[in-house]
Design a protein around this ligand. Sequence first.
Ligand SMILES: Cc1ncc(C[n+]2csc(CCOP(=O)(O)OP(=O)(O)O)c2C)c(N)n1
Ligand SMILES: [Mg+2]
Length: 804
Amino acid sequence: MSDIAGGLSLNKKMHALPLDERKSLERIQDRVLWLSTRMIDHANRERENLDGLKVGGHQASSASMVSLMTALYFNYLDSEDRVSVKPHASPVFHAIQYLLGNLDKKYLTQLRTAGGLQSYPSRTKDPDIVDFSTGSVGLGAVAPLFAAATRRYIDAHFGARPHSRFVAIIGDAELDEGNIWEALADPATDGLGNVMWIVDFNRQSLDRVIPGIRIAQWRAQFEAAGWHVREIKYGSRLEEAFAKSGSEPFKKWFDDIPNEQYQSLFGLIPSEARVRFLEGAPVGAAEFLANYEDQELFEILTDLGGHNVDSLLEAFAECDSVTDRPSVVFAYTIKGWHLPIAGDPRNHSAQISESQINDLRSRVGLTSANEWERFEPGSAEDALCQARRVALARPEPAVEEKIAIPITTGVKGAGKSSTQEIFGRVLSEISRDEKIRPYLVTTAPDVATSTNLGGFINRAGVFHPEQRRRWNEDPILKWAEGPSGQHIELGISEMNLFSLLGQLGISKDLHDQSLIPIGTVYDPFVLRGLDAFIYSVYSGAKFIVTGTPSGITLAPEGGAHQSTITPSVGIELPGVVLIEPAYGQALDWLFCDAVAHVAGSKIDTTPDLRPNELAFYFRLTTRSIDQSPFANARERLGEATLRSQVLAGAYRLVDGRVALAKSEDFHAPTVHLVGCGAVMPEVLEAAAELANEGVIAHVVDVTSPGRLYGSWQRTLKQGIRTANTPSFPGAMRPIFTERAPIVSIHDGSSHALAWLGSALGAPQVAMGVDSFGQSGNIPDLYKIHDLDSGSIVNGALAALSLNS
Ligand SMILES: Cc1ncc(C[n+]2csc(CCOP(=O)(O)OP(=O)(O)O)c2C)c(N)n1
Ligand SMILES: [Mg+2]
């Protein structure tokens, strides 16, 4: 096993448990193994199967973690600790929650059913309390690290909470994911002594035995990032053997044997295992091992430290004593431990047979009659479960006063302004309010200043656990770092941005403190952090993210920076609301509303059109545009109506009839020009040209494609579920008063708004950016991508011809 390079030194003091307690833990461990294995077995073999699909579940991956998790939950953790569990060990987690009395028995036979236990731990869907969702490997692993960073921030700003330890139990193959190393490398995660990762080091991934000597490399990588590293390699029987005289060649070979060769021992009978183990061994090893019978030797060779509760607890205690940096424990385990599929390279999705289940049941002392029971009342194990239930019970969260958020900051934008600039001013204004400011926290992956967070940073400072001296007296941007700072600066990792936002966004749940997290990122690079974005919203996080600048409108920056598919992503992601206003005041209203929603303080006048909104994604631009058309619309519609339409997702910016009033031709052909964001000047120009041609061209400004699409879908679904004719979505009714052809115009993929025609039952020409961009100026690029006013006019004529 070449992945064994160092390990527990033989003379290290063991964390020896009293014998009774160890025996109880071992019995609990057996029961956890049984319940997790049987849960999967039942789901696949006994439960009625209506669709013929294999239900699945991972018995081997679960068995690998049984000892680790028994040690954690039945001895180590306390109620303030927060734990992330490797995705495919979810059955182990639920088995433990059941034994602790936190999960009803009925769920044991509902693994992977709708409304039952989720395949992978889920904060939002599982019936028991899950601290961190997991599933996409790597993401759940780093979540506790960002949670600890969040706690450090909260302690510095709101007073220290009771001490928590943030634990991640992760699969060794999760270390292949780049986001792990991005998280470790960021200074924002430096020095978090309350973090412990436990790597379930079974040397297997999904397909294979992991080749090569990885432990040395990983150790070096963690250490380079400033982590404390601990290995738990040998079980007690191996330790005993190594303590005997003459054992050196055996120990050396145990450390040097290639992973694949070691792993192949598990499939052999004991006599074959001896021969296989000794292939390539140094002189003296065979002689030393001749002292052991085949069976005994097999047990010694497969006795790894990750299944030794004493060794585990001793390592955890060592990590607790390291308080100035995070710790990682490499716990050597066996995938499929104590199951017939142990160590088999093909065991990832293997399940043991009915007769093997029967054997396991009797081995753990159960029968078919009591196989799902908890421990006998009055037994030592039952007493331990009860005591641990009490020790792990979560305190009631504090009731927080709702923060009052104004419906506007008063920032409007006069003359010409860009939404990015307005965003910076609005945020700065909000942060003037001393009742709101404490809760605001911003973060950016090295783009804070170029996304207009400068004003906020000047006022609120940059977070650092210690007060730092400023070496640069820049009069424009103060970069004052210290514990009271409210901006968390990250290195260039969009994965880290969304991972951190995800943790800041569940701060009430995990740290009993609400925050209003706001992140900024260049819009094209939203996609670089997309998996973490999805993960965070899937986990129930509430936050605001601003993608700016966006689209081909950031013209000279060129194709590598021009986002096209981000609007579709924002519209399609559940829980995310894509907001792309064109004008300053609309942005101000929408932003205040989003802040109120994230803060949990609903503004009375907000239309309740938004179930399940969690994250607010503002797609903004650096293009300055004339603000007067919005002022005209405000005059025409009245501020209250306009605001409620802006919040609902769209309003009519120009009434084409008014523009045509001179000719008084009310029977003229009619078209809706539906624009979104930065392209509005070209849309207005096209409308004016069409009016000159005698066409009634209404201009609609879609302020939130996400909210508009959501309300359409809800209306449709309502119709489908009640088998009624779907009604026209309320948000669209006052805006699209005539059924007329539609032209949608967007600095984003044409697809993002292409559903409007279906929603309105009218022909549509969808115009947008459907090829990669290039450097240029806005007029040239709009021309190349047919977003200039002439192309929009032609689009309108095409739409009118579709209608005839
Ligand atoms: C991002 C991502 N890619 C792929 C998968 C599919 N997958 C699930 S488990 C697994 C192997 C994990 O190996 P390891 O983390 O070592 O856990 P073990 O099965 O050994 O317990 C893979 C590739 C996934 N869940 N997430
Ligand atoms: Mg593994």
